[in-house]
Write a protein that binds this ligand. Structure first.
Ligand SMILES: Nc1ncnc2c1ncn2[C@@H]1O[C@H](COP(=O)(O)OP(=O)(O)OP(=O)(O)O)[C@@H](O)[C@H]1O
Length: 232
């Protein structure tokens, strides 16, 4: 039976399992995850390589369907939505920042931020994109293409793209992994600042204990299960 979730919870996951692969070579990647995450908080997801961090992010962001259990995100039951409905649900509700930036190379910074908002049917997508890029310190780089931007600048564009639609939830998978220490620290300051401004919930996958310590809560995964759950 589905538990009724409290309104201040942006994520409510119960008994989540993920099994991938073929029948003779299947892997139990997530093995019964129970997790509730409060709105507007930050959470670091730690754990050794292969423990299931990226897989959990994929399930909670609707990119991967859980094999079992319940996944409710921002008031939607992900387990009952079909692929198209899931894709629509993600738009505007969930922002994602990845280690390798993943900007579209044929689009300018402005277009990279505006086009997803246009696709989500938001009015004034370009005006909003400009405001968001100015907020991340790139007002002077609106018309640059990704190859004309530094790594730190590309990640700022990715942050603007993720936060532009005012999502309830932002996932960041090793967001500083491709950046030097100083640039990475500046990017994290910016990500926390934009998260607070948007009132979004932030979930960061990291191997960096210092970065995790800046979050309200730290979850450690081990072998597809939650091994530790600490709050500041
Ligand atoms: N499509 C798949 N089929 C079978 N096994 C998979 C598949 N995708 C991932 N796995 C396995 O699931 C486990 C968890 O992977 P996942 O990428 O979630 O770990 P992670 O904690 O994010 O690791 P890392 O820190 O190295 O990125 C790994 O053992 C991986 O080999």
């Amino acid at each position: 039976m589905t538990k009724t979730i409290q309104h201040d919870m942006v994520i409510a996951a119960q008994g989540v399992t993920l099994t991938l692969g073929t029948s003779d070579a299947s892997t139990d990647i997530l093995r019964g995850i129970d997790l509730e995450v409060a709105r507007g908080t930050s959470l670091a997801l730690l754990g050794p390589s292969g423990s299931g961090k990226s897989s959990l992010m994929a399930v909670l962001s609707g990119l991967e369907r859980a094999s079992g259990g319940q996944v409710q995100v921002a008031g939607l039951d992900f387990t009952t939505l079909d692929e198209d409905a899931l894709a629509r649900a993600r738009r505007g509700r969930i922002g994602i920042v990845l280690q390798a930036f993943h900007l579209l190379p044929t689009m300018t910074a402005r277009e990279n931020v505006a086009v997803p908002m246009e696709l989500a049917g938001m009015a004034d997508a370009f005006a909003r994109a400009d405001a968001e890029l100015i907020a991340v310190g790139l007002g002077h780089r609106l018309h640059h293409y990704p190859t004309q931007l530094s790594g730190g600048e590309q990640q700022r564009v990715a942050i603007a793209r993720a936060l532009g639609p005012r999502p309830a939830l932002v996932f960041a998978d090793e967001p500083t992994g491709n950046l030097d220490t100083t640039t990475g620290a500046a990017i994290m300051d910016l990500l926390f600042e934009r998260q607070a401004a948007a009132g979004a919930t932030l979930i960061i996958i990291t191997h960096d204990a210092g970065l995790a310590a800046r979050c309200d809560r730290i979850i450690e995964l081990a072998d597809g299960q939650i091994a530790a759950d600490r709050r500041r």
